[in-house]
Design a protein around this ligand. Structure first.
Ligand code: ADP
Ligand code: MG
Length: 701
């Protein structure tokens, strides 16, 4: 069976035509029949069930009601404006609310007539309301009787809606498509696997996912399509991993003078057992003769950098050069300083190379790199530029993975005939299921232990009305010689607003903490790098007691004397961001504090985020919670990785399917590495159709 049908451009579908086809491409990246078939509904309405207003309970996620609308009213002004209405059936009333599209609703809704509405009821001040319900005008009772079954809902865009492709419009063209698609969809999973996991055929699944006959068949279709999705992701990742594992690696045979003298004489403290374990893992990898690609996870302050340093020393002991790459200049600088301090007296040459390194210095560094005179090069992405050549690069450490994707890593492999070992460090805890998907090509080490004597940061939540208390607390801490961060959120929509918020905040802090008793640094996105650095450095050196900034303070910046992190408008931050910011304090021996400031009224999600921060310091718990609240697609960095573009699976909920898919993919590749066997031919065809290579990863970019 061929893929010709699925490859047909959507413009050839009845009811589409060139104009709509163009929009489908532009708005949803749907070019072909196959892609349209894979545009799954985001939910279904079970049309057979109509609820009564009196029967609504708090555990109902969606309800469908029939009744009349009255009392349309616009409340509030300007940006706070909303439209409310009363909806009434024979058992009671409920409020409807709209915050957007008010004008449109006012024109389209006829008070006193019958409507079928669908939406999520929420409890506010003891009564239920529904925000932005779906509305359908019912001209006769007949309309209700003839529906039955499931109705799919498709998300679309304003532009598509203007061309008649709202959810209903999409439903219509997809219905046309599915009826001609019958038996035109090739299977892409081998029969043995379908049988083993009792999976529905692809053909049936693509019918049932749009127009399910029953709950059971919808569930089966979902299972099948999730498995398929995760199976092909795993095939791809495992293919990549195989390719990496087949790369020869430098062999670090010896542990010698540098490592030993550092360990015995220069290390000012005992390593934690988690650190020792990770060093052993890396030691084993780097002696194996295969290239290492390892992800090192550990909360902020868990001692990753130190582990990296010790592994670098092993590389140097074996005659190799190493490099440490950071995502920003400030961080690269800081690494440079920390390493220099640790390595004093060891006779190791270490240099810093960033975008702002002067041309003459740059040339000098390039030369010394090629002659092998430099042992350690720290820097930013400038390190992977073509012009930077090493004599003998053996080990690369990348700090803060999230800004550094698979593609960049691949460029590193090409830096040397035998690619260097790569250690990626991240402080953002990644739940295991996600790690298996996004970083499935890396081996993973975890430091799950903080150095002894660290006190967990105490976190409190205050509303704006308690600001004076917070100021008093800041004064007390400053009196004890501590320093304080005050952070404002970045507001994407408006740089002006952001600056205004920050400046207002700065002024109120400055009024409360006047010169000459206090001095304050301020850093924001509109400042030049030099000025930013200057202000930051004043804080780092302890010349200012307070740093007021937008989130430009970089991950990883280390000011052990800072003991208080105040986060303004905390409700606007995501959980992992809040956790990252909190990690800026608590790096010294003193008790540290994180204070989350917010307005009084919070959405349920914001309240959940803040309470999670208050009750736990555990980065993994926070990451799981974050995923539940936001969905994995939003987790920082996963978008960029380009691997996680899930259509139907849910990383958190579908852990079981994911494990099965991974196991299956492993078995398939072990048994048939080049996917040549007859039974796997359907996989190869599908990969060819999607342009998705599994085996040949030599041209990653
Ligand atoms: P990370 O890179 O994971 O954020 P660092 O390596 O920067 O952590 O370590 C944070 C701080 O803790 C540094 O000042 C470091 O010197 C110190 N440190 C690291 N390991 C230990 C240890 N085993 N015992 C005591 N202090 C440690
Ligand atoms: Mg660090």
């Amino acid at each position: 069976m061929s893929y010709d049908f699925l490859k047909t451009p959507v413009t050839y579908l009845k009811g589409v035509g060139p104009k709509r086809a163009e929009l489908l491409q532009k708005e949803l990246s749907i070019f072909t029949f196959g892609q349209l078939l894979e545009y799954y509904p985001y939910r279904y309405m079970d049309r057979s069930k109509i609820h009564k207003i009196r029967g609504i309970t708090s555990d109902m996620t969606f309800v469908q009601l029939v009744g009349k609308i009255s009392d349309l009213q616009t409340v509030g002004t300007k940006r706070k404006q909303r439209l409310t209405a009363v909806f009434k059936d024979d058992t009671g009333t409920i409020e409807l609310v709209w915050f957007k599209g008010i004008k449109w609703i006012k024109e389209k809704v006829f008070p006193g007539q019958q409507y079928l509405i669908f939406g999520r009821p929420s409890l506010f001040k003891n009564t239920y309301n529904i925000a932005h319900p779906d509305l359908e005008h019912l001209s006769s009772e007949e309309q209700l009787k003839n529906r039955g079954g499931f109705q799919p809902y498709y998300s679309t865009t304003e532009k598509l809606k203007n061309r008649g492709l709202n959810s209903k419009g999409m439903e219509k063209i997809i219905r046309t498509l599915t009826s001609s698609a019958i038996d035109n969809v090739p299977e892409n999973i081998p029969k043995g696997i379908l049988d083993e996991y009792k999976l529905m055929s692809r053909n049936d699944a693509l019918q049932q996912i749009h127009f399910p006959e029953s709950h059971t068949s919808l569930e089966k279709a979902r299972q099948r399509l999730k498995f398929e999705e995760l199976f092909f992701i795993q095939l791809r990742i495992l293919g990549l991993k195989k390719k990496q594992n087949s790369l020869p690696g430098q062999v670090f045979k010896n542990i010698d003078e540098y490592f030993n003298s550092f360990y015995k004489r220069h290390l000012p403290f005992e390593l934690t057992s988690a650190q020792k374990l990770v060093i052993r893992e890396i030691r084993k990898d780097t002696a194996s003769g295969k290239q290492m690609n390892r992800l090192l996870q550990g909360d902020v302050g868990s001692g990753k950098t130190l582990v990296a340093l010790m592994c670098m020393l092993i590389a140097i002991d074996n005659g190799f050069q190493v490099s440490l790459m950071a995502p920003t200049e400030i961080l690269a600088n800081q690494h440079f300083k920390t390493l220099s301090k640790f390595l004093k007296g060891l006779n190791i040459n270490i240099e810093l190379l960033t975008g702002s390194t002067k041309k003459s210095d740059r040339t000098r560094i390039h030369n010394r790199l090629q002659s092998g005179d430099i042992h350690i090069l720290t820097g930013t992405h400038a390190l992977i530029e073509e012009s930077v050549r090493f004599k003998n690069l053996g080990f690369v450490v990348i700090d803060e993975q999230h800004r550094f994707g698979v593609a960049q890593r691949a460029r590193l492999w090409k830096k040397h005939r035998v690619p260097p070992h790569v250690l990626v460090m991240t402080a953002t805890p990644i739940p295991r299921t996600l790690a298996m998907t996004v970083y499935g090509d890396l081996d993973i080490s975890v430091i799950d232990q903080l150095p002894p004597g660290r006190k967990p940061v105490k976190t409190f939540h205050f509303t704006d009305s308690n600001r004076l208390k917070v100021f008093a607390f800041m004064k007390d801490q400053i009196k004890q010689g501590r320093q304080v961060y005050v952070v404002y959120p970045l507001i994407k929509e408006s740089k002006k607003m952001e600056l205004k918020d920050l400046m207002d905040g700065y002024e109120s802090v400055a009024r409360e903490f006047p010169l000459p008793d206090y001095s304050i640094s301020i850093v924001h996105g509109q400042m030049g790098t030099e000025q930013k650095d200057y202000e930051m450095q004043r804080f780092v050196r302890g010349e200012t007691q307070i740093l007021v900034s937008t989130t430009v303070i970089e991950v990883g910046v280390d000011v052990p004397n800072a003991s208080v992190m105040i986060i303004e408008n905390a409700e606007r931050f995501g959980l992992s961001q809040l956790h990252q910011l909190r990690g800026r304090v608590g790096r010294g021996a003193d008790q540290a504090y994180c204070i989350l400031m917010s307005k009084n009224l919070l959405t349920q999600d914001a309240r959940k985020r803040i309470s999670t921060m208050v009750y736990t310091n555990d980065g993994f718990k926070i990451a799981e919670e974050d995923m539940k609240l936001r969905g994995p697609g939003d987790i920082e960095g996963t978008q960029q990785s380009g691997i996680l573009n899930l259509k139907i699976s849910d990383i958190v909920r579908d852990e079981k399917i994911m494990k099965a898919a991974r196991k299956t993919a492993e078995e398939v590749l072990n048994n048939d590495p080049l996917l040549e066997k007859e039974k796997n031919i359907c996989i190869t065809w599908y990969l060819k159709y999607t342009g998705n290579k599994v085996v040949d990863w030599s041209r990653i970019s």
